[in-house]
Design a protein around this ligand. Sequence first.
Ligand code: ATP
Length: 541
Amino acid sequence: MFLSPFATEAVMTIEAAMTPEAPVIAPALEMRGITKRYPGVVANDHIDVEVRPGEIHALLGENGAGKTTLMNILYGLARPDEGVILLDGRETTIAGPSDAIARGINMVHQHFMLVPVFTVAENILLGEETMAGPIFLDRKEAHRRIVELGKRFGFEIDPEAKVGSLSVGWQQRVEILKALYRDARILVLDEPTAVLTPQETQEIFAVLRRLAQEGHSIVFISHKLYEVLDIADRITVIRRGKVVGQRLPSETDEDDLAALMVGRNVQLTVDRGDSKPADVALEVRGLEVKDDRGSVVVQGVDLDVRSGEILGIAGVAGNGQDELVEAIVGLRRPSGGRITLRGQDVTRASPRAVNEAGVAYVPADRHRFGLVLSFPLADNLVLTDYYRRPYARGVLRNDQAIEASAQERIREYDVRTPSATVRASTLSGGNQQKLVVAREFARDLALLVLDQPTRGLDVGSIEFIHRQTIAKRDAGTAVLLVSAELDEVLELSDRIAVMYRGRIVAIRDGRTADKNEIGLLMATGGQARAAAPVAETGPAA
Ligand code: ATP
């Protein structure tokens, strides 16, 4: 096997360290006493973490615990108020992301950091032109290296494939390749599996294991405890900015990690109880919806959701679920079919009209549809009803009422923030999600539409939102739940509809549904000899 000069050096160091007389090798990365204060919050409070060469080190912590802040400090995006960073035992100052990259530190972002209309190679080389300086980039050589790197880590990739045509799992590989292309020694993966199917996750894990074998150090951030137990060599848990414990996967389990993270015992699965479905609240007939490119992505969909029941939609991401819910909440005009809410035709209703008819919506993309990041939290909490009493008196805002309601919801939903006046952009990702949920769950509803409601949330927050969802159902709300997490759909749904290539291919009872059968339906649509589903197709196929 061909090893890069760095990998060869790392292997030699590891081998040397194994001989009895050898000195103990320095960690690849050591962060000592890292402290970072923001107004009203200590995001990192004297954090110590070390990552060895060839180690996969998981960083766990509830929403707002300070994981992203710590990694931003490592990547030079934020300056610590106190503390030092050591690379290979040498104290280092990291001036910014390009300095971090030059020192072999790379962030592997989720797929949306890539430019969809660019090819794999163009995305990987983005920014390299400037780094290459006056020397012109040898594209042929670059392509050769990309293919070779892919092979070395177990996948074949076509550098000419357009990134937009790749499944999210393959886009994730492109992100990893981009880091490897820059000779990364330390890779930080911030929730890399949030949008992946279990199978794609396993494929990415295989890549990560190979990277570790070659001596790379990996910092892995995830809220999925079973994944952390599966992939990590060591686990560091942070709570409210402080390290509260370190574990080896062999000496812990999900309950222990959850309790350590949240500071109390967490019920990892909720009891959904019995539902009492009443009249049909949402009726969808023959619905056809196109995506932004004009392709029909929802075809002939018929659905009923009754008041007092949760209908879950299971499906591999990208099979038309997002477009279906966007049509239901008025954000996307259907090209055919009919949507009725409590007997009222809302097929072409505006988002505001749908909202006023009693529909709440927690979108998959909270930045695009859920929040105005530059607005304070209090304003975000009244985005859909700022013009109504008690938040408005005629044309005037009632700031007192807005502030009072914000305080109450922030407390009830445990949104971690120093105050209701800070901008939504300063919240951690999970707390932004809780803010959207706090707004949307707040009133009496006819229909609650949830698209990936717990993506990026910690176990304590998931428990809370699942309970609230069931409470809404028990209060007579019809709930439409879309989730790429099959376990979440199985746990919460009274009925499950499987969506495949824009169609509902099966409906099952939520209490008796078989996980394997649903998984198979998601992957094949129920046709025994079906080709691989769209979202699974790799670029080299
Ligand atoms: P999540 O799992 O939700 O992504 P996290 O562990 O990554 O959470 P951080 O994003 O590091 O959490 O946030 C830690 C704390 O620091 C939070 O209270 C957050 O509101 C605060 N914070 C982070 N960045 C800023 C900023 N630029 N200005 C003000 N406060 C900030």
